[in-house]
Ligand binder design. Structure first.
Ligand code: NAD
Length: 392
């Protein structure tokens, strides 16, 4: 394997470069011809946690842009989630269905290990639990492992599929946004339109229905859509391109990114946008376009942090990295996910008070938490958390 740290002069030519601490290019596989990139954006709050994506980028420049953008996003997400973790990400260029194999994932494990704990990896698009197990042969700095792998290693009830917890965080975030917008706490009788009824979307619908919410669902996969309606015991199915125009209080994007753009924002009838999908705003200024239409946008990385909290707790247990003295149990992890509601309230309140778009408000609050800090020693408090009041 060949490791090369990309020089700042090279990185500065990419507009997504944001003073990343390290970007390491790795040549993997038996012929050292599979390219991986690992980026640590910022580790002020602790080890940089972010998943490993396996994707058929058409050229390495696109892969570099993606890893820079995604690792930066993890810094903001982890900071807003109140985790003592920085932001990082890895990408492997290739078709996961054709090119992925155990030996290659072990190579990526070695690449992760080369960071000596400064980067911690997890699953992402194109990788799954079995790939984490392969990487774990070469490094301790991997999380998102299957429960059967963790069992017997004193992990309690940690580990496993994070999607239900991502859904729980979204549910709490929607409640907070409804309270901010309409006052009161009851969701009974409200309408929510959910785009994408996959692992997160379906769980979110189930939670909302328990509160008497009327659900509208769409998905490009019709079989999944019908099965979801049956499993929920109700809900209205709408066509994928009609979901934006549903007369609902809340639109919850739970499918893919870039769906808030010049074309869709004018169509929206909802008063609130709050859902799990990553990178919902096509361009950062689209939060202003939403504000101009009096639509309250809940920044995606604030509301969808349930998954990273889940894998974060697993890592804290595994590594002993626990500078904020969290109680590392499933119960406390769930409580931490539920505090996403408060994080949403804080962001929306800050945006209102400072007349900002909610996306920018979240960025500013996240930056307050991670900027100006120093790399954490074990047992040291990160800056920006205001003592231990925000954590258990
Ligand atoms: P998933 O693949 O299980 O579900 C996505 C669903 O969206 C699928 O059913 C798919 O058919 C549907 N879909 C795709 N394109 C669509 C379109 N144009 N219109 C309508 N439906 C469409 O994924 P997931 O795990 O439920 O994640 C959903 C989103 O939330 C993704 O953006 C993901 O990155 C993000 N997210 C997920 C987690 C997690 O814990 N799973 C955590 C954070 C963020």
């Amino acid at each position: 394997m060949i490791f090369t740290d990309l020089a700042k002069g090279v990185l500065e030519q990419n507009t997504s470069f944001d003073n990343h601490e390290t970007v390491r290019r790795v040549l993997m596989g038996p012929n050292e011809d599979v390219v991986g990139l690992v980026a640590v954006h910022n580790s002020n709050l602790g080890p940089a946690l972010g998943g490993c994506r396996f994707y058929p980028y058409t050229d390495e420049g696109l892969a570099l842009t993606d890893v820079l953008r995604l690792s930066r996003g993890m810094t903001y997400k982890n900071a807003m989630a109140g985790l003592p973790l920085g932001g990082g990400k890895a990408v492997i260029i290739g078709n996961p269905k054709r090119d992925k194999n155990e030996a290659l994932m072990e190579d990526m494990g070695e690449a992760v290990e080369s960071f000596d704990g400064k980067y911690v990896t997890a699953e992402d698009s194109g990788t799954g639990e079995e790939d984490m197990v392969a990487m774990a042969k070469k490094t301790e700095h991997v999380t998102g492992l299957p429960p059967e792998f963790l069992r017997g290693k004193d992990f309690g009830e940690l580990g496993g599929n994070p999607s239900p917890l991502t859904a729980l965080g979204c549910y709490r975030g929607i409640r907070a946004a409804v309270h901010h917008r309409f006052g009161g706490d009851a969701l009974m009788g409200l309408k929510v339109a959910v785009q994408g009824i996959g692992a997160v979307g379906l769980e979110l619908c189930k939670l909302l229905r328990q509160d008497g919410v009327e659900i509208f669902i769409t998905d490009v996969d019709e079989t999944r859509l019908k099965a979801a309606k049956e499993e929920m015991g109700g809900g209205h199915i709408v066509a994928p391109d009609e979901i934006y125009e549903v007369e609902a209080e809340v639109f919850a994007p739970c499918a893919m990114g870039g769906i808030l753009n010049d074309e869709t924002i004018p169509k929206l009838k909802a008063h609130i946008v709050a859902g799990a999908a990553n990178n919902q705003l096509l361009k950062s200024h689209h939060d202003i376009q939403l504000m101009d239409r009096n639509i309250l946008y809940v920044p995606d990385y604030v509301i969808n942090a349930g998954g990273v909290i889940c894998v974060g707790y697993e890592y804290f247990r595994k590594s002993g990295h626990n500078p904020l003295d969290f109680d590392i149990s499933r119960e406390s992890m769930v409580a931490h996910v539920e505090r996403i509601g408060q994080n949403v309230t804080d962001v929306l309140g800050y945006a209102t008070a400072h007349h900002l778009g909610t996306g920018e408000a979240a960025d500013r609050l996240a930056e307050e938490k991670f900027m100006g800090g120093r790399p954490l020693e074990v047992g040291q408090m990160p800056p920006g958390f205001g003592g231990k009041t925000l954590v258990q």
